[in-house]
Design a binder for this molecule. Sequence first.
Ligand code: PXP
Length: 250
Amino acid sequence: MTSLSVNVNKIALLRNSRGRDFPKLVNFVERLVNLGVKGITVHPRPDERHVTRQDVTDISVFLKLYSDVEFNIEGYPSEEFMALVSQASPAQCTLVPDDPRQLTSDHGWDVAGNKKLLKDRVQRLKDIGVRSSLFFDPVPERVAEVVSVGADRIELYTEEYASHFGLESDQRIFEKYEATAAMATSLGIGVNAGHDLDLHNLRRFLDIPDILEVSIGHALVVECLLQGLEPVIEQYLAITAGQESESHYY
Ligand code: PXP
């Protein structure tokens, strides 16, 4: 069984575009939890363009009410980020080698090249009881490096899988992920996955055994918009036509 962790950054982005607290992020988290979601992910960035530091605090306080829901905070492990993680005390922290100017995460760690930093950050997470995960490219030969820094899990960066899904190259790419996951599992490292996963490509990805968690944000929000379009437009058309219409959402 794989746990779904919903990345709520896009909801925060929508809220930030208007300068008032709508949609309210914690309400969204509450709805997700009530729907049975067992994981919430945020990726706070230094410029707070999506999720803010205050959001991280608010969500962490809210999720303390739900012992079976895991909070995952991901990001570059600067001192500021580590302080936020320490204060929020999530179940898991995913370390990502992203630059503050990057649009989105686009590569995994060069673990050997960042060994000192990662060893320190993984130990500090251990000291405060937070599970560590490293964003990681599908390269089986490099999994052993993860053991040397002591991380509990890797999160496979799945953009390459998603962009090849359904193409001729699909099987060859899938096998890289399969081999990396198998190597990690054999070395006692848990395997998460995320980036560009969606309703079309997720099922096949989960043919890989022992994927513990998938974190999904962008496509999930787009799919909610697409699948919610019909009932919402029907209600607006009813109101503008002067008919009785009851909102289902507030
Ligand atoms: N994992 C990491 C490290 C990410 O940065 C992101 C995007 O914020 C995701 C997973 C989720 O990717 P997506 O939004 O494409 O589902």
